[in-house]
Design a protein. Sequence first.
Length: 388
Amino acid sequence: MKYNFDEVIERRGTDCVKWDGMKRLWGRDDLIPMWVADMDFRTAPFVIEALRNRMEHEVLGYTFACEEWATSIAGWLKERHGWDIRPEALTFSPGIVRGLAFAIQCFTRPGDKVMVTPPVYHPFFLVSQKNGREVVYSPLVLEEGQYNIDFDRFATDVKGCKLFILSNPHNPGGRVWTREELARIADICYENGTLVIADEIHADLTLPPYRHQTFALVSERARLNSIVFGSPSKAFNMPGLASSYAVIENEELCHRFQEFMEASELDSGHLFAYLAVAAAYSHGTEWLDQVVEYIKENVDFTEQYLRERIPSIRMIRPQASYLIFLDCRQLGLKQEELNRLFVEKAHLALNDGPTFGKEGEGFMRLNVACPSSVLRQALGQLEAAVKE
């Protein structure tokens, strides 16, 4: 490989949530952190170089989006995902969770219903609740090691909902939804007057042989009734730059959202937010292909290790992303006991399964975007804890 993902980088003392935030949450800092969804690899070097070059000019005044911001996004989406967008369909957002909050505020009113499919990325329902919306839960079904949608229940639960927030690919299960599944979601939501908000932040981390299906491309109904959020922040390890975007093909919806964002000047990013996106999408193909290959090897290793040495813990094999949902129910532990096993015995910091909804009871979420040596150490500690 051209890039070195085996290097162990000291991140303590940088105010990073993943490492320096452990003391606040667990009251200790002697754990291997495998929770927050960022990578322990160096941020892509061409991104760092672009920021460093700009710093050579020592005036950090007011700026607007560089031309390459929009053209690089459009070029990347066309080349990587076959999506030919108009630059006018793009709206800057300072992060996808913030973008979800803005969309909720723009397209719904307090008391309106917003639907999610747990277990799912918890800000989907937390942001909805904190903005005074009623959350409707339509749980996924775990079948033969993968999450599926119960479409009969989905069609019933979505009635009366103003928004449906879709995790595409799914977090924490790593499911890559098929074109047919997404088209069915589009039909049901369109017929019920429910706007689809698709979070596609993990799209570029889809693992071979799977292929990401962009929601807006699966049908005309999907194109006209969706807001798709994207960002290079996960794929190129730069979430601290808070740079995301929304693509809205429906001109009326796009105008409405852009007016909402402009009213509070939420549609403007900082200097480095624009430069980083342009650098990632202009130069990132080789780096991304290699990091995806490395992540897949870590996923393969984890699956084999659990099967051979910790068979009482099963994993939902992710079809996208570096996040693995561990099924620990065979251990027969209550969730509190399960957390103690991971923290006090294995000395690991993972995401607690019920964080993603009550359907996550008995599960833990593991982040394997780390050097393979760290992953081996973590799994060894888990094996010893389980045997004990």
